[in-house]
Every structure is written in structure tokens, then in C-alpha cells.
Design a protein around this ligand. Structure first.
Ligand SMILES: [Fe+2]
Ligand SMILES: [Fe+2]
Length: 259
């Protein structure tokens, strides 16, 4: 089910019902992004973000680059969310973390934070990353030819400037890798919140993926490829609850489900 992003949030709630909006299953990934878009209060910003999320492309020398769909795309090739569906999971998780950080800013520190810009920043921060990936014949993801020339951050910032987004929002995206790994560090509360949400979820996911791969290798001697976030959390939890035997059982379950 797809969202009509351009309607006011109240109307969408009426059309879709609460269940559709809160559904977080794999079959409804578009509405997971739509739910985040609908939280943006400012109508004009919401519409413009929706247009970008619906059409995550860039035109260079008359050629339109599209890449892997948002729903199928990973959010990384090795460090985190390196599986199909990883992109949407990353954005959903980063949005949850970012909104929790906004609560902390307001409730604990009595600070001000613009939630619309934070949500917009989270939604756009990796929006053209799928253009840097391509799916190989064996189903694995690799780098696209465009990735040989441009990284995702440069692509997104270029397209945001072309589309006329505010300098503050451009800064949020420009600074999301932080001062150590990006061209500029966060200089606003909104940019800092987006950066922290991004690295927190990347780390959470990446550490659990690596742990699950290690546990699988040690317990079964096999290499489990393309482990998803959900599978990885199950495998790590099985080790905590039932030890190595639990890992073997969890891996077996994962393999059966995949057949
Ligand atoms: Fe990024
Ligand atoms: Fe990210």
C-alpha cells in the first residue's frame, strides 16, 4: 500500500485507518517511510520531502540516475544494514532515535529543536544512496558505475541545492557523517541530532550483524550470507538465552525460513 504524501496527515489517517499507519511489516515498507513523512507539520516542507522520497533520482548530463528501489536497497555494503530492505530499516530506526533525542533536548535540557527539520534530515540523509548500488545476478549488491564518480553525500547535497531546499536542511545532510568522516561537522542542534541518530543506528545494526555472523561461524562452521537485521537479532538473542545450542537452532530456523 502506498501513501499519498501530498495530502494533509489528517486526511491520510482517515483514508488508511490507524492499523495501516502503524503497520511495520516487511510488506508495507512504503507506508513506513510515509508515516515518518506525515509527522512533518509544515505542509510545504512535507510536500517537498515527499516529492523527493517518491522520486529519489538525479539528472547528470541529461541522464537520469535511478538505482535500486528504496524498498530493496541496503543502506550499506559491509558496515551496517548490508541486506535488501536495510535502507528503509535504517531510516525508520534513525527517525525513532532522532525523535527520542529531541525529547531529551526538550525535556531534560529545556532546549529548542526543530522536529520538522530533524525528520526531514533523517528522511533525506541517505536518500540517493541506492543510486550508488546495483543488484548483481546472484542477488548480492555491489557498487554502481555512478559510485565510481560520486559518493552519496555529494549526490544528495547537489540535488538538494538544485531543488532549492533551505541552507539549514542542506547543512543537516552535509554534516550527517560528522566532522571526522564528512566535509563539515554538525553546527546546529538539528544537525547534531541527525548525525547521532545516524551513527547510533549504524553501530547498533552493524555490531549485531557482525556478532551474528561470528556466532553462526563458531556454532555451525557455515557462513550465513546476507544476514538481515531481524535474523541477526534473533541469533544473538538465542546465544544470550540458550547458549551455543540456541545459536545452532536459531541458524537452522533462519535457513528453513529462507527456503
Ligand atoms: Fe550517509
Ligand atoms: Fe545513514
Amino acid at each position: 500500500m502506498r501513501f499519498c504524501f501530498h495530502e494533509p496527515a489528517e486526511n491520510r489517517y482517515k483514508h488508511m485507518g490507524t492499523m495501516a499507519l502503524i503497520h511495520k511489516g516487511d510488506s508495507d515498507l512504503d507506508s513506513r517511510l510515509g508515516k515518518i513523512v506525515s509527522k512533518i507539520q509544515d505542509r510545504e516542507l512535507r510536500t517537498r520531502i515527499a516529492q523527493f522520497v517518491e522520486n529519489p533520482t538525479i539528472e547528470i548530463e541529461g541522464k537520469t540516475y535511478r538505482g535500486v528501489s528504496l524498498e530493496a536497497s541496503p543502506a550499506g555494503l559491509s558496515h551496517h544494514h548490508s541486506y535488501s530492505g536495510g535502507y528503509v530499516e535504517h531510516v525508520v530506526a534513525a527517525a525513532e532515535i532522532a525523535l527520542t533525542l529531541c525529547d531529551v533536548v526538550e525535556k531534560v535540557y529545556r532546549g529548542l529543536v526543530n522536529r520538522d527539520l530533524v525528520l526531514a534530515g533523517v528522511l533525506l540523509h541517505d536518500i540517493l544512496k541506492p543510486l550508488t548500488y546495483m543488484e548483481r545476478e546472484n542477488g548480492a549488491f555491489g557498487k554502481s558505475p555512478l559510485a565510481d564518480n560520486m559518493d552519496h553525500l555529494t549526490l544528495i547535497v547537489s540535488e538538494m541545492v538544485r531543488r532549492g531546499f533551505s541552507l539549514h536542511l542542506v547543512h543537516i545532510v552535509c554534516a550527517h557523517h560528522g566532522h571526522r568522516y564528512g566535509p563539515i561537522g554538525p553546527r546546529t542542534i538539528e544537525a547534531l541530532v541527525c548525525h547521532l541518530a545516524d551513527i547510533t543506528d549504524s553501530r547498533l545494526n552493524g555490531e549485531v550483524l557482525r556478532a551474528a555472523q561470528y556466532l553462526t561461524r563458531e556454532a555451525t562452521g557455515i557462513e550465513l550470507h546476507n544476514v538481515s537485521g531481524k535474523e541477526a537479532f534473533q541469533i544473538v538473542q538465542a546465544k544470550t538465552m540458550e547458549g551455543w545450542e540456541g545459536v545452532t537452532k536459531a541458524v537452522e530456523k533462519v535457513k528453513q525460513k529462507r527456503q
